[in-house]
Design a protein around this ligand. Structure first.
Ligand code: NAD
Length: 487
């Protein structure tokens, strides 16, 4: 095992990182060729080894998440540790089937040939991950990359340094740098990496940075998977089990302090139940996190915002919303230097709320704007007025209105009568559309993201040579007959 690379990179954190990343890239390029012929059992062996090392570091990861995000142990277990173990187990269980060459039926023109699709590794892959779920969003793509037979260079976020350190330790213990290498550090490392001609880039982060990543990838015509964010709406119909809906929404919105890409960003509530909704949300917040500001601040189950600057940004969003005739229903007292933002619900009594920054930017924090609507058409029009979101939620007992929302909107995924849990379903693709992302991850979709679907065609006894020049009468008649037959 070669750990020297990661150590050297630490020492050169802010210096010129290009020679170091180049060096590892060259090592991985060589190794990637060997991995091309790796079989299912070899890849499974690597995944099982990774799982063993990952499990050994569980407590270190929990401690680091506490330091970086004040994240409760149980929340780390649910949202970070469990998804990684689940992804490994699911991949190990299905990899043989996924890797199998898929035969395809012949077409009339290709009679006498045998066609199939083989899944070949892309090669050397770059994984850039964000700070909000650093364990899960670094290791789940890595599991797919390994399953598909690739090498990987990883750049975790600089904003969760304790977690990045443990991620680096796990990788160093499990892999040589020619297989997988972690590059801790600031954006300059990401930029140095993006200069390299990777075979695939898997980026998770904001749409703004995603766009820069795609531009950099375009220079080398590198394929990308972009797992981005945006404003994920929630629609609450008047025919609904309000208590259950509010329980699920508050859990999804305030876990991890709202720093979840698929957290409900804003809620559209039918005007006939707005008062009941606001009452129920207030009750739910005080039941779960505490009745007053101090109780919530002392709650062991409530995270913190990742940095002072992110807390300041949230304060600015709230101040701006207040100036646009929005009413703070609960919370609102932001202590930015303690990175503490209480669960805050604001009600937009007036359409002015749409001019606020709160409704123009992805909130990515525990502030929940509530807006009323009077018909499902109006709710759909509001959703469609924004770029396509990563997730869309509808809470309703009415099948007709649910179907209308499904048909008349677009989003990465849609979840009916729940929030966020679609992430945990490994048989479903997880990803966005346009502004919220390109491509998808999880299970077979992650495996395919890191694989090239190669067309393999073998000639057995095809008749294509009957159409070769010189184009004598026989060929001309045959071509005409073929076209006539096909029309
Ligand atoms: P970010 O885009 O600021 O950073 C993500 C990663 O990119 C970090 O590792 C960072 O170091 C790196 N980076 C920053 N600037 C860069 C540049 N110019 N070039 C290359 N790399 C650069 O995102 P974030 O603040 O870490 O995460 C929050 C965003 O991520 C939100 O928009 C959220 O919705 C989104 N997100 C999406 C998903 C998903 O699965 N779709 C999951 C989590 C977060």
């Amino acid at each position: 095992m070669n750990t020297s690379v990661n150590k050297t990179i630490d020492a050169h954190l802010y210096a010129d990182s290009a020679p170091l990343v180049n060096n590892v890239f060259c090592q991985q390029s060589e190794h990637a060729i060997k991995l091309r012929s790796s079989n299912t059992s070899e890849r499974i062996k690597t995944l099982v080894k990774f799982k063993r090392v990952f499990q050994k570091y569980t407590q270190s990861l929990i401690d680091a998440a506490k330091k970086d995000l004040n994240k409760p142990e149980t929340e780390t277990n649910i949202s970070e540790i469990f998804p990684v173990i689940h992804e490994i187990n699911h991949t190990v269980r299905h990899l043989k089937k996924w890797m199998k060459k898929k035969s395809v039926g012949s077409t009339l023109a290709m009679t006498g040939t045998k066609g199939s699709i083989s899944y070949e590794p892309k090669g050397v892959c770059l994984i850039i991950s964000p700070w909000n779920y650093p364990i899960n969003l670094t290791f789940c793509p890595l599991i797919s990359a390994i399953a598909a037979g690739n090498t990987a260079m990883i750049k975790p976020s600089e904003l969760t340094p304790n977690l990045s350190k443990v991620i680096s330790q796990i990788v160093n213990e499990c892999f040589s740098s020619s297989e997988v290498a972690v590059f801790e550090g600031e954006v300059d490392i990401a930029l140095a990496l993006l200069d390299l001609p990777f075979d695939h880039i898997f980026f998770t982060g904001s749409p703004q940075v995603g766009s820069s990543v795609m531009s950099a990838a375009a220079k080398n015509l590198t394929s990308v998977t972009l797992e981005l964010g945006g404003k994920s709406p929630t629609i609450i119909d008047h025919e609904v089990n309000l208590k259950k809906a509010v329980q699920k929404i508050t859990w999804a919105k305030f876990s991890n302090n709202g720093q979840t890409c698929i957290a409900p960003d804003y809620v559209l509530v039918h005007e006939s139940i707005v008062d009941d909704f606001l009452k129920e949300v207030r009750l739910q917040i005080s039941n779960v996190y505490g009745e007053c500001h101090e109780d919530i601040k002392n709650s062991k189950d409530y995270c913190r915002i990742v940095s002072v600057s992110h807390s300041k940004r949230l304060k600015e969003l709230l101040d701006d919303a207040k100036s646009k005739k929005t009413k703070v229903i609960c919370g609102g007292l932001i202590e930015e230097y303690d990175r503490f933002v209480p669960p805050t619900v604001v009600y937009g009594e007036d359409s002015d709320i749409f001019d606020s920054r709160l409704m123009k930017e992805e909130i990515f924090g525990p502030i929940l704007p509530v807006i009323s609507y009077n018909s499902i058409e109006e709710a759909i029009a509001i959703v469609n007025g924004y770029p396509k979101p990563l997730a869309l939620y509808i809470y309703s007992k009415n099948k007709e209105r649910i179907n209308k929302v499904i048909q008349e909107t677009s989003s990465g995924g849609i979840c009916i009568n729940h929030s966020v849990v679609q992430f945990l379903h490994n048989n479903l693709p997880f990803g966005g559309v346009n502004n919220s992302g390109i491509g998808s991850s999880h299970g077979i979709f992650g495996f395919k993201a890191f694989s090239h679907e190669r067309a393999v065609l073998e000639d057995k006894f095809s008749i294509t040579h009957w159409l070769f020049p010189p184009y004598k009468k026989r060929v001309r008649i045959l071509v005409k007959m073929l076209i006539k037959y096909l029309s």
